[in-house]
Design a protein around this ligand. Structure first.
Ligand SMILES: Cc1ncc(COP(=O)(O)O)c(C=O)c1O
Length: 393
């Protein structure tokens, strides 16, 4: 047993993510809508490239910032986002976006600095800021605002200690996608206040109704992060990237070197094949996710007591509900009945009275899961005294 005074103070009060707790309670034939990972395999040519790289002796250390071939391929992939010329010099290859985000925080967040982070938001931002000695300042993403940042609130929350503003579009857990005008307006505020934007755009390929709008197109003071995890169904391979201006690349490189030495070499060769090879699997996966998005939206909107907006991207449904029960207890009841989902409270205070369903499972499984949800909730007392489903869109 490790006592509290043994671990470094930076870890005090930091808990493991609430998303994983549900798994322990669920039976083996449960419907799994808990974890955010695609239920597809990586494309066959990418698996082959990994095999060829390992077999062909490409197993040694590589450059800290990543293989030049992969950095160039990534620069080429984002050239339409970038507001000026982009090259390999703008790219850092990371061990997933998780390590990329941590490297950014460790490089720029000092003791006492403030970082604006979304609530509800992906679980990393708050914890990583605190581990680095900073203060996460939460800004709200409310269902009635389409889960988009309220720019007046942002301006009120900016102080002389605000170092950076984390924005995630398409969003986890909400699935919300910012429009071009919203991205531009947020960029202008950051510009006016001299604040760096950390743009987490790991779901950039998964927008269903509109093209993706990137912060890279609008703002010079941006650090952008992306991942192979979702786009190529490579979650366990741990490959991601950062794109930013060369001065920032240099600053982050030091932290990156002392953390990972270099990203894994054979996996990076597979990454080159993923970007430069055929994109049919990615397109197929996207069209499957679109069908599931439409299906789960219809199912949830038809369940009494839930309010659901059709999400524009990623693969999450994040309905609110009107029952007198905490989201952790409701998610536990669902897990016991055979449906794993995440309590909204795992993503921040404002996530309370929401559940997150990852629709990274087939339509039949979605139906089985929604039947369980309907059963679990049908006897619950409703806060407003009314039991009607309220579709917002
Ligand atoms: C918004 C967001 N950012 C970052 C990550 C981390 O991705 P990676 O697997 O590349 O570490 C995730 C994973 O779920 C995510 O949803």
């Amino acid at each position: 047993m490790v006592t509290k005074d043994l671990v470094a103070r930076r870890l005090v009060g930091i808990e493991m993510s609430g998303i994983r707790k549900m798994f322990e309670l669920a039976g083996t034939d449960s419907v799994n809508m808990g974890l955010g990972e695609p239920d597809f395999n990586p494309p066959a040519h990418v698996v082959e490239a990994l095999h060829d790289a390992a077999q062909g002796g490409k197993n040694g250390y590589g450059p800290s910032l990543g293989l030049p071939e992969l950095r160039s391929a990534l620069a080429h992939r984002i050239k339409d986002y970038w507001h000026e010329d982009v090259s390999a010099d703008n790219i850092i290859v990371t061990a997933g976006a998780t390590q990329g985000l941590m490297a950014i925080m460790q490089t720029f967040v000092d003791h006492g600095d403030e970082a604006l982070v979304p609530d509800p938001g992906f679980v990393l931002y708050d914890a990583q800021t605190r581990i680095c000695g900073g203060f996460p300042i939460h800004y709200s993403l409310l269902q009635e605002n389409g889960f988009k940042p309220d720019l007046d609130e942002i301006q009120e929350k900016i102080t002389p200690r605000t170092k950076l503003w984390v924005i995630n579009t398409p969003g986890n857990p909400t699935g919300a996608c910012m429009t071009r005008d919203e991205v531009r307006a947020a960029s202008e505020i950051a510009e006016d206040h001299g604040i760096m934007i950390v743009a987490d755009e790991v779901y950039d390929f998964l927008t269903f109704d509109e093209e993706h709008h990137s912060f890279l197109s609008h703002h010079d003071n941006v650090i952008w992060t992306n991942s192979f995890s979702k786009t190529f169904a490579m979650t366990g391979w741990r490959l991601g990237c950062i794109a930013t201006k060369p001065e920032y690349v240099k600053a982050i490189e030091t932290m990156h070197y002392y953390t990972v030495a270099c990203p894994p070499t054979p996996i990076q060769w597979a990454g080159v094949a993923a970007i430069e090879g055929p994109q049919d699997d990615v397109e197929r996966m996207k069209s499957e996710f679109r069908k599931r998005r439409d299906h789960i939206t219809r199912r949830i909107q038809a369940i009494d007591g839930f309010t659901m907006q059709k999400p524009g991207g990623a693969f999450y449904a994040f309905p609110s509900y009107d029952f007198q029960v905490k989201s952790e207890d409701l998610a536990l009841a669902c897990a016991k009945a055979g449906l794993i989902c995440s309590p909204g409270s795992a993503f921040g205070k404002l996530g309370e009275h929401h559940l997150r369903f990852s629709y990274a499972c087939g339509i039949d499984e979605i139906d089985r899961g929604m039947d369980i949800l309907e059963q679990v909730t049908q006897e619950l007392p409703v806060r407003s005294g009314r039991r009607t489903a309220t579709p917002l869109v």
